[in-house]
Design a protein around this ligand. Structure first.
Ligand SMILES: O=C(O)CCC(=O)C(=O)O
Ligand SMILES: [Fe+2]
Length: 333
C-alpha cells in the first residue's frame, strides 16, 4: 500500500480569467496521464444537493427488503433498479454491496431483426414508490454531475491540444449517463466490496462519504487509498478515453475494500460515456504528447471495444449474471 496522495484539481481555475490557465492545464494533464485518478474541487455543486442525495440513499437502503426488491433489476432488461448484496460480480468474484442503477430515462425501442444488441440497453428506470423523493433528488444530482463531468472533459480536451468542444460531437441527446447509488455493508471475512476493475465510459465522477475504502492501482502495481476529502469528487479515466488517446490516458484499475463489520459506506458514482452508437476514434495528439501514448491495453479477459454500446453491454452482462440469464440469453449464447 502506498500513501502518495492523489492529485487535487480546482476546476474553477479553468474559467477564471485571473488563473494561470497553462499551469492549470499542465496539472490536469499530469494528473490524468500519470495517475488517471484525481480529486476535483471548485466544481460549484451545492452542498445541499450532495448532502441531500446521501440522506436519500441512506433512507432507501433502510427500507424493508420487500420495498427495495419491488424495483429489483431482474425486472429490467436494461439492468436498471436494485441489486441485492452479493448479486453482482467483478473479476468472477462476488462483490459485497447493494445498489440502484439509473440511466437516461427513455422508452425501450421495439426489437427489430438485425438491430445491434446494445440497443436493448435503452429503456426506462425503476423508481421506488416507497420513497418518491429519491427520483427528484437523483435527477437534480445527475444534472449537476453531468455538468461537472462535461466541464472536466472540456478541460481535458484542451489539455490534449483539441478544441474545447471536441468531445461534444459524441454526445447529442443520447449522452450516456449512468448513476449508481451504492451501500457497502461492513464485513470482516473477506475484503471485496467491489473487485478491481476499470470503468468503461469516458470519465467517472464519484461522491463518497467519509468512511474510505476506494483504492487506485499505481503504475508500479501498488494500491493508493483515495482517502475522502470533504466537498470533493473523485474523477477517473474510463476505457473510452484510453481508446481516444491511444493510451496517453489510461483507464486506471480500482477497487473498494469493504468497511469493517458494523460500519457502512455510501458512495454515488456517475459515469459519462459517449452515445451508445458512437465508435470512438483516436484523436490526433500534439507531437509532444503522442510520443508518450502507451497504446491501448490488451487484456485477454477484457478486450476493449471502440463501439461504446458493445463495450457497455459486455460490462453489464459480466456484472449481472442473473439479469443476463433472464433477458440476454440469446446474446450470451
Ligand atoms: O464506490 C466506490 O468508491 C467506487 C465504485 C466503483 O468503482 C464503480 O462502481 O465502478
Ligand atoms: Fe469503478
Amino acid at each position: 500500500m502506498t500513501s502518495t496522495p492523489l492529485p487535487l484539481i480546482d476546476l474553477s481555475r479553468f474559467r477564471d480569467p485571473g488563473a494561470d490557465r497553462a499551469a492549470f492545464l499542465a496539472e490536469l494533464r499530469h494528473a490524468a496521464h500519470e495517475v488517471g485518478f484525481f480529486y476535483v474541487v471548485g466544481h460549484g455543486v451545492p452542498g445541499a444537493l450532495t448532502t441531500g442525495i446521501h440522506e436519500v440513499a441512506k433512507k432507501f437502503f433502510a427500507l424493508p427488503l420487500e420495498h427495495r426488491l419491488a424495483i429489483e433489476n431482474i425486472n429490467s432488461p436494461q439492468f436498471r433498479g436494485y441489486t441485492r448484496t452479493g448479486h453482482e460480480y467483478t473479476g468472477g468474484k462476488q462483490d459485497w454491496r447493494e445498489q440502484i442503477d439509473i440511466g437516461p430515462e427513455r422508452a425501450a425501442l421495439p426489437v427489430t431483426e438485425g438491430a445491434p444488441a446494445w440497443q436493448r440497453l435503452i429503456g426506462p428506470n425503476q423508481w421506488p414508490e416507497a420513497l418518491p423523493e429519491l427520483r427528484e433528488t437523483v435527477l437534480a444530482w445527475q444534472d449537476e454531475a453531468l455538468r461537472v463531468s462535461r466541464e472536466v472533459l472540456r478541460a481535458l480536451a484542451v489539455a490534449l491540444g483539441q478544441d474545447e468542444g471536441y468531445f461534444d460531437a459524441w454526445f447529442d441527446e443520447e449522452a450516456s449517463t449512468h448513476v449508481k447509488i451504492v451501500r457497502y455493508p461492513g464485513r470482516d471475512d473477506t475484503e471485496q466490496g467491489v473487485g478491481a476493475h476499470k470503468d468503461y465510459g469516458y470519465l467517472a465522477l464519484l461522491q463518497q462519504d467519509d468512511i474510505g475504502g476506494l483504492q487506485v492501482q499505481a503504475q508500479d502495481g501498488g494500491w493508493i487509498d483515495a482517502t475522502p476529502i470533504p466537498g470533493s469528487f473523485v474523477f477517473n479515466i474510463g476505457e473510452m478515453l484510453e481508446i481516444a488517446t491511444q493510451g496517453y490516458l489510461t483507464a486506471t484499475r480500482h477497487r473498494v475494500i469493504s468497511p469493517p463489520a458494523g460500519v457502512e459506506r455510501f458512495s454515488i458514482p456517475f459515469f459519462l460515456g459517449p452515445r451508445l452508437d458512437a465508435v470512438v476514434e483516436p484523436l490526433t495528439l500534439p507531437a509532444g504528447l503522442a510520443g508518450q501514448a502507451r497504446g491501448v491495453s490488451e487484456e485477454k479477459d477484457n478486450p476493449l471495444h471502440a463501439q461504446f454500446g458493445a463495450n457497455a453491454l459486455v460490462g453489464w452482462l459480466r456484472s449481472h449474471p442473473k439479469v443476463a440469464e433472464r433477458w440476454w440469453a440469446d446474446v450470451t449464447a
